[in-house]
Ligand binder design. Structure first.
Ligand code: UDX
Length: 424
């Protein structure tokens, strides 16, 4: 199949490379010419496990990047993967989606009689594909609905595991305006042997928001239970281990800690809250999910201060700056409010992350950044372990370098017990 992917960001590029791996001919349209050159040279502009290998294998062959929309009408399907960042009120900014749809419409009208499907992979509120994307395309094509179909095909890719997730999906959701459009989209995944779910456009849009909101709810729920357990002296990881053994619940996404971050969960739950309020609903549960997530990082600092006494002038090591391990992405990272609070309480922060220090430096240029976890821990009065980097789980003698062995662990990855100073 001939596929055009609009947007060479994290979702677009991973999807494009994986579609190429599945045997399709893929063109990526990306406005940033630097990214275009990198993709064509087989060099990934972002770090994502397995992506480099795919680009090296397919770039210049069945995967090509460029900046213009020319020839889009020669492809069978265009897949919109542009960003939908939050606006001030929490709702999704759909201007990039609208503009991409208009550009596609302008091109496909040049090839009348050729059937083309416009698919949306970006996360968009229910109704967007039908009311915004289709409208913007049809405005340009003069309302000709014969030659164009519409699809909503959400992604469920985790950063760091995106290639693996794409190639081994739990399901591929294809919402479509009609059977014919859905069939074209389904063909993109032909070589995947995936479980395909066909739905309407709005249901597919809602599935994506609901999945992310549900996963975020599991985390906030676990955190709330964790806070209760902490007060009662009960180990929340032992509790959730038992709870997760129930097949109806599953053991995934029950890890208590500093809360969720990243480019999706906070943004998508906020967008769903905003959407619900706009239509006169009171999304109390979803709002609580966000509330718990806001206060959770501060709980770690409070527990730390309880152990160390006043944080004024104390050296505190923060291990893990990105929103999770194996990425340099600090968007909505829980380390951001944690460091803010530590600074407010007068602590001297010594930060370490295997990949994300230079990103965090843009937000906090004045704190100390260490080159190793051991350096960050040397003479520290306390330590906060924020993410699950495997190298943190191997730390042992490094903790002996601390002045006081107060370790608040956000993720239960260390092989030490409460009596040795672990306090989460
Ligand atoms: C998420 C979804 O998993 C993915 O399906 C969607 O397409 C994009 O958003 P991602 O943001 O890459 O993926 O990260 P994920 O691994 O899901 O973790 C999100 C956040 O939740 C991280 O901050 C992580 O540390 C936190 N988390 C995860 C917990 O606090 N506890 C858990 O049990 C699991």
């Amino acid at each position: 199949m001939k596929i055009t992917v609009i947007g060479g960001g994290y979702v677009g590029l991973v999807s494009a490379a994986c579609f190429a791996e599945l045997g399709n001919h893929v063109t990526v349209i990306e406005i940033d010419s630097k990214k275009v050159d990198m993709i064509n040279a087989g060099v990934p502009p972002i770090y994502e496990k397995g992506l480099e290998e795919l680009l090296k294998k397919h770039s210049g062959k069945n995967l090509v990047a460029k900046s213009d929309y020319n020839d889009i009408s020669l492809s069978d399907i265009s897949v919109i993967c542009v960003g939908t960042p939050p606006l001030k009120d929490g709702s999704a900014n759909l201007s990039y989606i609208k503009s991409a749809a208009g550009s596609i419409g302008g091109e496909i009208k040049k090839n009348p009689g050729h059937y083309h499907v416009v698919a949306v992979k970006s996360t968009v509120p229910p109704g967007t594909t039908e009311n915004i994307v289709a409208k913007a395309v049809l405005e340009k094509t003069g309302g000709n609905q014969e030659d164009v179909g519409f699809v909503m095909n959400p992604e469920f890719l985790r950063e760091g595991l995106a290639v693996e997730d794409f190639m081994n999906p739990d399901r591929v959701v294809i919402g479509s305006s009609d059977e014919k459009a859905g069939d074209v989209a389904e063909k993109m995944y032909e070589n995947l042997c995936a479980r395909i779910l066909r739905t309407g456009l709005s249901a597919a849009e809602m599935i994506k928001y609901t999945s992310n909101a549900f996963l975020a709810t599991k985390i906030s729920f676990s955190n709330e239970i964790g806070n209760i357990c902490k007060k009662l002296g009960i180990d929340v990881y032992e509790v959730m281990g038992g709870v997760g053994m129930d097949k109806r619940i599953s053991p995934m996404f029950l890890n208590a800690g500093a809360g969720f971050g990243g480019s999706c969960f906070p943004k998508d739950v906020m967008a769903l809250v905003s959407l619900a309020e706009k239509i006169g609903e009171k999304p109390v549960l979803l709002k609580s999910v966000l509330d718990v997530n806001e206060t959770q990082p501060l709980k770690m600092v409070e527990i730390l201060e309880k152990q160390t006494g006043s944080l004024k002038g104390k050296k505190i090591a923060v291990l893990g700056l990105a929103f999770k391990d194996n990425t340099d992405d600090i968007r909505e990272s829980r380390s951001i409010p944690v460091i803010k609070e530590l600074i407010l309480r007068g602590a001297l922060v010594s930060a370490y992350d295997p990949l994300a220090s230079s990103e965090m430096r843009k937000i906090y240029p004045a704190i100390n950044y260490s080159n190793t976890a051991g350096d960050a821990l040397t003479d520290a009065d306390g330590c906060l372990v924020m993410t699950e980097w495997p190298e943190f789980s191997r730390l042992s003698s490094e903790f002996d370098l601390m002045k006081d062995r107060v370790i608040i662990e956000g993720r239960r990855i260390l092989d030490i017990t409460d009596s040795e100073g672990i306090c989460w």
